[in-house]
Ligand binder design. Sequence first.
Ligand SMILES: [Zn+2]
Length: 475
Amino acid sequence: MQVMLSVLVVVAVGAASADHGTVSVRESELRELAATLTSPAFKGRYTGTTAYSNCAKWVASKFREWGVEPAVKGQYLQPFPAPHTIVKEMALDLYLPDASAGSDRVVALRPGADFLPLLFTDSGDKTAPVAFVGWGVDAPELGYSDYADIDVTNRFVLCIRGLPDYADQRFWRHDYHIARMATARRRGAAGLVYLSDSVAANPNGQLIPGFLSAAISTPAANELLRLAGEDCAGLREKLEQSGRPNSFLIDAQMHLHVAADYYADGRGYNVIGLIRGSESELENECVVVCAHLDACGTHGGLTFWGALDNASGSAVVMSTAHELAQMTTRPRRSILFVLFGGEEMGLLGSRHFVDHLPPPFRKVTCMINIDTVGWGAATDVLFHSEFPWLGATAKAADEGKDVLRHFWPSNQVTPRSSDFGPFLAKRIPYINFFATDHYAHYHQTGDKAENIDFPHLLKLTDVISTVVRQLANID
Ligand SMILES: [Zn+2]
C-alpha cells in the first residue's frame, strides 16, 4: 500500500516537472518506474532482503495490472538461494609514520568517499602493516606471481584490480574477486584492499571466515604509497609496461573495522512475466527480454540506489512488457520479460534462470539484456558474434533514431560479463544494451534517478521494442 502511494506521488512530480517541457505518456511512465524502483522503500534493492522481495512483488503487481501473465506455475516470482552480507558499521584508519612529529599521523578515511568494505567481507577489527602486491595474482602455472618474493603474513595486501596480460585468457580465472581473496588468504594476509579510481559498492564475492576486504580511493592509497616513493598511477603504468611483478612492503599500519551480518539462507527472486506466442509449433521457444532488478542495498547508513545500474534497464523491460501486452496480434513466439535478482552478487538470478526455464519452454531463441542505459552520448550494443543477425536487427531498428553507437560482436564470457554471461555459456544468442560512456556514479550513493537521461531512454525503449517484436517473429 505504501508503495502504491509513492507511485501516485511520483506521477504528480513527473507531470509537474517543467524542466523537460511536455513529457510523453511513455516517458512519464519510464520516469515513474525508475523513481519507484529507486525509492527509499526498496532501500537499494539488495537481493535477499525484505526490501528487495517487496520490490520484486511490486514488479509482479505491475505485470498483473498490465495483463502480462505469470510464467512459473501461476507465479511471477522464481526463487533462488542468495546468501548475502549486510554491513552495519565500518571504519578504516591509516597510521602513517611521521618522523618530524616522532609519532604516527592518523588518517581516518570517510566511508563511501575514501573507502568501503567489500560487501562480502567478514566482520572483524584488525590493525596490521601493509604490503603492495600489484594485481594480487598468483599464477605459477603461467610463470607469474605477485607474491613470489614477498611475505605478506598478517599484513593487509593492497592491489589493483587487473591482470598482467588481459589478452591471455588463461589469466582470466585469476581476475574474479573470489580468486584474488582466496590467494591473499592462502598467502596468510590479514585482508585485501583494492586501490580503486572510485570507491564502489561490491557484493560480488564469497565470505571467507576471518578475512577482511575493502576498497580505498586513489588519494587515500597515495597516502600509503608515497611512503615508498610511489603512487597509484605510476605503479599501474610500471605493472602494465613491464608485465613483471612489483611488490613491496610499506612502513605503515592500517586499521579496518567491520561489523556485518551474514545471511546464509537468504533467498532472492527473479520476476518473470509472459506474453504468450501464437504458433503452437513454437510453443517451447521463447525470447527473453531482461534486466537485473537488484542493486547494492543499504550498508552502514549508505544507500546505493542503483538508478542507472539498473533501474534504467528494469524500467525499459517493464515499459516494453506493458506496451506489448496491449498488442492485438500475438507474436509468433512467446516473450518472457525477466527482472533478474542477484546480478551484483555474481549473476545468481540469471544462472538460476538458464538452468530452470519455466515449462513448457526448452529453447531460448535469443536473450535481449539491458544493463545501465540512459547516460552519456549514446547506447552501445554487444552481441553474440556467431549470430550477426542480432546486430543487424538492432541497427535496422535504430534507423532514423540514432541512439545506438558502437556494435561489438563477442562470444567470450569474461569476469566482467553481465547477465548475458550464463546464456552465452550455453551458446544462446544474446544482445546486450549498455551506456557508451563510463558512468561516474557506478555503484556509488550518487547513482540516483536524476542522472538518467529520460528522453534518451525513451528513444532507446522504442528501438528495443522494435527489436523484441522482430525477434519474436523471425523464422
Ligand atoms: Zn548492472
